[in-house]
Structures are given as structure tokens and as C-alpha cells.
Design a protein around this ligand. Sequence first.
Ligand code: HEM
Length: 231
Amino acid sequence: MADIFWWVIFPYITGTIMIVGLLYRHTFRQLTWAAPSTNFFEKKWLRIGSPLFHYGIVFAFIGHVMGMVIPMEFYQSIGISDHLYHFGAIWGGGLAGLMVVAGLVILLIRKITIDPVRIKAGFADFFSVLALLFVAGTGTYMTVIFNTTVIEYEYRETIGPWFRSLFVLMPKFELMSGVPFIFKLHVASAFAFFATIPFTRLVHIFSFPIRYPSRAPQQYRARDEYQRQES
Ligand code: HEM
């Protein structure tokens, strides 16, 4: 019964909240669809934390497509052994995960310690960083510590096919029952996090994500520099 809740009902409820919430915000609150920059208040740590996090999350996303979306049989058919796949996943995924976690920690400390940044940040801003830190922290722990010290867990036989089965509306929830707890925690917390996206600045994920890490570094220009450019 618990399996049906966590691996059928919960992902569909959280997925529905995310889709309906995004449609609502896009339709009725479009002017709030943004991630306003705090670059004006503090630049040094933002310049380190933000690209670390954003490039890390893009790499981690690619890793998730490789592990959750592409079936294991595909790798076998092109001659990539299980060992080679996990070697790549641990080193590539581990590096991506460490970048994400380090970036988030820098951004969080900056949010707490730099007065104007803290004052401008609302509950939703702190919440999204902490929630991401939890999801990315468990993911990185799984990749870097669990996979190397406990077992090299083959999630491509369980979590991957379960995840894909959600999209054809035939959830194979039974695949999730024997999954190690830390993996279950990671996946369930990721789905809980998805439901919160429409209510935070993370809506910007859905608007040209590739441009965010490299967007104009100066949202606000110093007056003298501006004048120099003008003349
Ligand atoms: C906001 C959503 C998510 C974030 C931020 C996130 C983040 C991460 C990070 C940083 C890692 C470690 C590095 C890596 O392997 O890429 C990881 C690993 C992992 N994640 Fe996620 N994840 C999310 C959602 C999910 C979902 C929905 C699933 C499953 C359906 C999932 C399954 C996994 C698995 C199986 C691993 C271990 C990969 C390995 O060890 O090779 N994640 N995640």
C-alpha cells in the first residue's frame, strides 16, 4: 500500500501541481515569471556560486537523462558494459553533483551573511535553495559515497524503468519496493520539490535555461561605466 502511495499517487499529484501551477502562473501572473538578480548587492560570491551550481545542474540533468530515460539495453547494444557505464556515472555524475552542492552552499551562505541579499530574499528563495540542497545532497551522496562503499547500485533496472512507466500511465511501482532507502528518499524528495517550482523563482528553469549561466553579468551597470560606453 505504501508503495502505491509513494510510487503511483505521489508522483502524479506532485507532477499535476507542477504542471497546473506553471500554467496558472504563466497565464495569470506572467510578470512574476523571473529570477530577479541580486548581482547589484554582491558580485564576488555570486560569480563563483551561480555558475558552479548552474553548470553542475546541467551536467547532472544530462546524467539523469542517461540513467533514467535511456534504457539499459541501449548501452548494452552499443557495447558499453555495466562497469564502464558506472565508472562514467560515478566520475562524471560525482563531479556534477559536487559542483551543484558546492554552488548551492556558496549561494546559501551568501544569502544568509550578506545583509541586502538576505533582506531581499523571501521564504520561497531560502526554501528553494534548501530543498535543492537536500535533493542534490542525497543524489551526490548516493553517487560518490553509497555507490563506492556499499554497492554499485543498478538503478537502471529499477528506478529507470519505473520512472519511464509513469509517462505511459502504467506505473510499475513494484520495481521500487527493493530500492535502497537513500535512493527512494532522493526520488520522493525530488518529486516533492517539483510541486514547489511554480511557487518560487525556479520557474525560470522553463525559460531558456541554457542562457541563465551565461546571461549578461551586469543586470545593473555602474553609472560611470555606462557613460563611458555612451560617449
Ligand atoms: C530536482 C530534481 C533532482 C535533482 C536536483 C537531482 C540531483 C542529483 C544529483 C546532483 C545527483 C548526483 C550526481 C549525478 O549522478 O548526476 C543525483 C543522482 C541520482 N539521481 Fe537525482 N536529482 C533529481 C531528480 C531525480 C529523479 C526524479 C530521479 C529518478 C526518477 C533521480 C535519480 C537519481 C539517481 C538514480 C542518481 C544516482 C546516479 C548515479 O549514482 O549514477 N533524481 N541526483
